[in-house]
Design a protein. Structure first.
Ligand code: BGC
Length: 725
């Protein structure tokens, strides 16, 4: 999507530029508050107000202190995280999620929403994986474009982040990420390139890390060369908060706004230090002019200035419509990983007593995670979702099952209980006493859970992670479930083999009990209605249609980022695994995994038939291009309506290059009534057969045979035909 600046707009920009003093321009290109720049009142140029983040508009912060202002106007709709949106594999959901975020951001008076985060999930251990979409660049590309367009409908700039190759949190400000050009072009760039070229994104955030020796936020190769020259990006580039370390580099790079975490706004590189360097002649004022031009251009696009100012979208937040859309997104994001003996869905009429076990059944997640945290208007936990759905005639027995150390597992003491305190002896506990209390509590919780599991026919375990693990600024040490959940689950499955396991998390976990568990449901942090969606899936009111946008491996040591490349190192990480990221590696190596990329079951079944592949000449932009048309039939052969994500992978046969076994090139989510059949069509173009040739420094098609695979996951290929190119 090319956004053109009209001659009139260009004139306005130049006119404003002429009238601005150097000091005023400097004010516009660095943080003057934690989330804003300075405006120029006399010329009617407003400050740029920014806000995190990806899961809703973040709480209002004091201008010069990392303290939420603590008022009540900033409770907002809590969105499913990007991993959840990706699990829907639905471009319309992505667009609607964008619309909700954009409208809420505008409703809160923001100009730039610091989202979506689209870094590639290189390792399951990255603390911010929940903020990102997938291990697959094509899936990211297809979802990020409608999401950006959704956001920007409301005169708010999306700010796609963090550019680039920012896939670890360990030492994130200083780690040098070594990645070759092919890997960047095939894996780490496509999402950003699509955001710019197809999504028409108005702004972009640089990453904290260095890439091949240059700090991303001031990297001339990344920002000037790739973004501005190769992709023609003329939007606004903002640094990550505190990602700028050098005034001259910042001035000469294509960075437009420097943001920082400190309150000494005048000391930012692009504040007083830059002003002085310009005044002394060391740096030319033209550098600043270019930045101001980009900022003014973004302001024009957002109707912050210019003739349409009066008609700027006013936005809205916490609307009923938003909540409905987010519920819909949450419903489509739930993934049914396993369902033996038709254990699910549960029958709500027949369920008279049910045990719900596990801290995540009752936990609230919206207020954690780092910059993605928000003040949610409300958040329905899975336990509430289940109770809400079943009503008062069913006995729902909840047991936490395991202890989260440091969190008081007892409910708050109220004044009535407090008033009886004098009856007890006051005593401060030693560490030993605390530990033994914890052990005692662990035993009590475990016993209670096991007793319930043996007493109840229906047992739902809801465990997983929380934002102590899925967290900005830190990576996980391994993929193990914390708090002794594995042991508890094994024991629960021992006393009741029909325990239904729900994992609520932001990134993959080890599942040593996976073979024993008959039914496993996966949900990412799914927003304010996440618990409703889980309950509806468990009881069959919603037929699950989510699919994995990342491989669930058995343990992190299987991940090529750890075995071939390096990960979570302090000074330098080397992406030696190259393009072999996620299923590209696991499927090529036939690695045993728990659940493969693209996997997700339904309560109905789908039949794939009648695949046809034909080579076509199509006319696009007045040019005749070759295209490969792939069609097949998809039929719902069950008696429930449902949706299937038809996935298309391209597999080069006998490639002479180090190429993955196959790669996702297209997908479609198809909704079918019972017994309904639809024709599914895909149009591939030459790009879908290319790889990046380092020697020639461009994408090239390898002349060889290709298999076109159509399937329900990367390892459940239902139809296949080959073509020779
Ligand atoms: C994060 C960004 C975020 C910014 C502002 C940084 O620490 O990396 O994603 O937008 O803070 O809160």
């Amino acid at each position: 999507m090319e956004i053109k600046t009209t001659m009139r707009e260009l004139k306005l920009i130049e006119e404003l530029l002429k009238q601005l003093t150097l000091e005023e321009k400097i004010g516009m290109i660095h943080g003057a508050g934690l989330f804003r720049t300075e405006g120029v009142e006399r010329l009617d140029i407003p400050p740029v107000y920014m806000s995190d983040g990806p899961m809703g508009v973040r709480a209002e912060f004091a201008d010069n202190e990392w303290r939420s202002v603590g008022t009540t106007e900033d409770f907002v709709s809590y969105m499913p995280c990007n991993s959840a949106i990706a699990a829907t594999w639905n471009t319309e959901i992505a667009e609607r999620a964008g619309e909700v975020l954009g409208e809420e951001a505008r409703g809160r008076g923001k100009d730039v929403i610091l989202a979506p985060g689209i870094n590639i999930k290189r390792s399951p251990l990255c603390g911010r994986n929940f903020e990102y979409m997938s291990e697959d660049p094509r899936l990211v590309e297809e979802l990020v474009v409608p999401m950006i367009q959704g956001i920007q409908k409301y005169d708010v700039a999306a700010c796609v982040k963090h550019f680039a190759a920012n896939s670890q949190e360990t030492e994130r400000l200083w780690v040098d990420t070594i990645v070759d050009r092919r890997t960047l072009e095939e894996i780490y760039f496509p999402g950003f390139k699509a955001a710019v070229e197809k999504g028409g994104v108005f702004s972009l955030m640089g990453a904290y890390n260095l890439l091949n020796g240059e700090h991303c936020c001031t990297s001339k190769s990344l920002l000037n060369q790739v973004l501005r020259e190769e992709w023609n990006f003329d939007g606004m580039i903002v640094s990550d908060w505190g990602g700028v370390h050098d005034t001259k580099l910042a001035a000469e790079s294509a960075l437009d706004i420097e943001m920082d975490v400190t309150y000494a706004f005048d000391k930012h590189n692009m504040a007083q230090p830059l002003l002085e360097k310009i005044q002394s002649g060391e740096i030319s004022e033209e550098c600043v002019d270019e930045k101001v031009r980009n900022i003014l251009r973004m302001m024009l696009r957002l109707n912050m200035i210019g003739e349409n100012k009066e008609h700027r979208c006013r936005g809205a937040y916490n609307t009923e419509e938003h909540r409905r859309s987010l519920l819909n997104a949450a419903r489509e994001s739930v993934i049914l990983l396993k369902n033996e003996e038709g254990l699910l869905p549960l029958d709500e009429e027949k369920t008279k007593k049910i045990a719900v076990i596990g801290q995540n059944a009752a936990a609230i997640h919206s207020n954690g995670g780092g910059s993605a945290e928000i003040k949610a208007l409300y958040e329905i936990s899975p336990l509430m979702g289940i109770k809400k759905l079943l009503g008062g005639n069913t006995k729902v027995c909840y047991a936490p099952g395991y202890v989260i150390p440091g969190k008081d597992n007892k409910s708050d003491i109220n004044w009535q209980a407090d008033s009886t305190k004098h009856l007890e002896e006051e005593k401060t506990q030693t560490v030993e006493e605390q530990n033994s209390m914890q052990t005692k509590q662990e035993e009590e919780y475990r016993e209670e859970a096991l007793r319930l599991a043996s007493e109840c026919d229906t047992v739902i375990f809801v465990g997983g992670l929380n934002h102590d693990y899925d967290l900005e600024g830190q990576d996980r040490a391994d993929m193990k479930l914390p708090y002794g959940q594995d042991k508890l689950l094994e024991a629960l499955l021992e006393v009741n083999p029909n325990v239904i396991t729900v994992i609520y998390a932001g990134s993959p976990v080890e599942m040593p009990w996976a073979d024993k568990a008959k039914a496993i449901v996966w949900s990412y942090y799914a927003g304010m209605e996440g618990g409703t969606a889980i309950a509806e899936v468990l009881f069959g009111r919603v037929n699950p249609s989510g699919k994995l946008a990342e491989t669930l491996i058995q343990e992190s040591s299987q991940c090529p980022a750890h075995t071939i490349g390096t990960y979570a190192k302090k000074d330098k990480v080397e992406y030696k695994e190259g393009v072999m990221v996620g299923y590209r590696y696991y499927d090529t190596q036939n690695t045993p995994v728990h659940f493969c990329f693209g996997h997700g079951l339904s309560y109905t079944a789908f039949e794939y038939t009648d695949m046809e592949v034909s080579l076509l000449n199509i006319k696009r932009e007045d040019k005749i291009r070759k295209a490969v048309c792939v069609v097949c039939n998809l039929k719902n052969i069950g008696d429930r309506e449902g949706a299937e994500v038809v996935q298309l992978y391209v597999k080069p046969i006998n490639s002479q290059h180090n190429r993955p076994m196959h790669e996702l090139k297209a997908f479609k989510k198809v909704f079918l009534k019972p017994q309904e059949k639809k024709r599914v069509e895909f149009m591939l173009d030459s790009r879908d057969f290319t790889y990046y040739d380092m020697g020639r420094q461009k994408f090239v098609i390898e002349a060889c045979e290709y298999e076109i695979e159509i399937g329900a996951s990367s390892r459940d290929i239902r139809l296949c035909k080959s073509i020779i190119l």
